[in-house]
Each structure stands twice: as structure tokens, then as C-alpha cells.
Design a protein around this ligand. Structure first.
Ligand code: SF4
Length: 101
């Protein structure tokens, strides 16, 4: 892994895995809980400190834990991942998702 590389992973922006008890984790490889669907809104879960930290690490290439050895997402450049994330937010601006609460 070089200094300009990171995982080509959009999961922390797009997905959350809901466990049997309502806990939400970022993917099937990481067990850090972002929140719980019985107690938190989707906004609270995706803006939780561990969610923001995982996204920061992916965007900076400061990978740790499961992301270092992830078998699901290939390596890419930081610039490429940043461009993909920006494209998501451009698309969501055209089709905003409203919080039903
Ligand atoms: S472990 Fe893999 S799938 Fe999970 S957030 Fe990290 S890179 Fe993405």
C-alpha cells in the first residue's frame, strides 16, 4: 500500500448492516456499532463519531483494522475515492432523501 492509496469502498456513505438486535455496523467485516435502529435516527447513525471516523480514514488512506486487509474492496487512489464520494453527494442533491421524522 502506498501513501496515496485507500480502499475503493463506499459502504460507510451508502450502507449500514442492521444486526438482529437493531445495532448498525458499517459492513460485515467491522463490528463497531454506529447506533441502533430502535433508539437512533438514520441521521444520528450515519453521523455518529465512529461512522465519521471510518469515512475520514478511507478518504485519507489512514486505514486500520479490517480495512487494511479487506477481501471485499480493492485498493484505489485517494483521489479516485474522493471523486466517487463527491459524485454521490452531487446525485443526492438532485434527489434528496428526506428524514421521515
Ligand atoms: S472492511 Fe472493507 S467493506 Fe468494510 S468499511 Fe473497510 S474497506 Fe469497506
Amino acid at each position: 500500500m502506498t501513501a496515496n492509496e485507500t480502499r475503493d469502498c463506499l459502504d460507510p456513505w451508502l450502507n449500514g448492516f442492521i444486526q438482529y438486535n437493531g445495532d448498525v455496523v458499517p459492513c460485515c467485516y467491522i463490528r463497531v456499532v454506529w447506533g441502533n435502529v430502535h433508539r437512533n435516527t438514520a441521521h444520528e447513525i450515519f453521523e455518529s463519531e465512529p461512522a465519521r471516523e471510518l469515512r475520514r480514514r478511507l478518504l485519507s488512506g489512514e486505514l486500520e483494522g479490517a480495512c487494511v486487509f479487506c477481501p471485499f474492496r480493492p485498493m484505489t487512489t485517494i483521489a479516485t475515492l474522493r471523486a466517487r464520494v463527491e459524485k454521490i453527494f452531487d446525485a443526492s442533491a438532485e434527489h434528496p432523501v428526506e428524514d421521515p421524522r
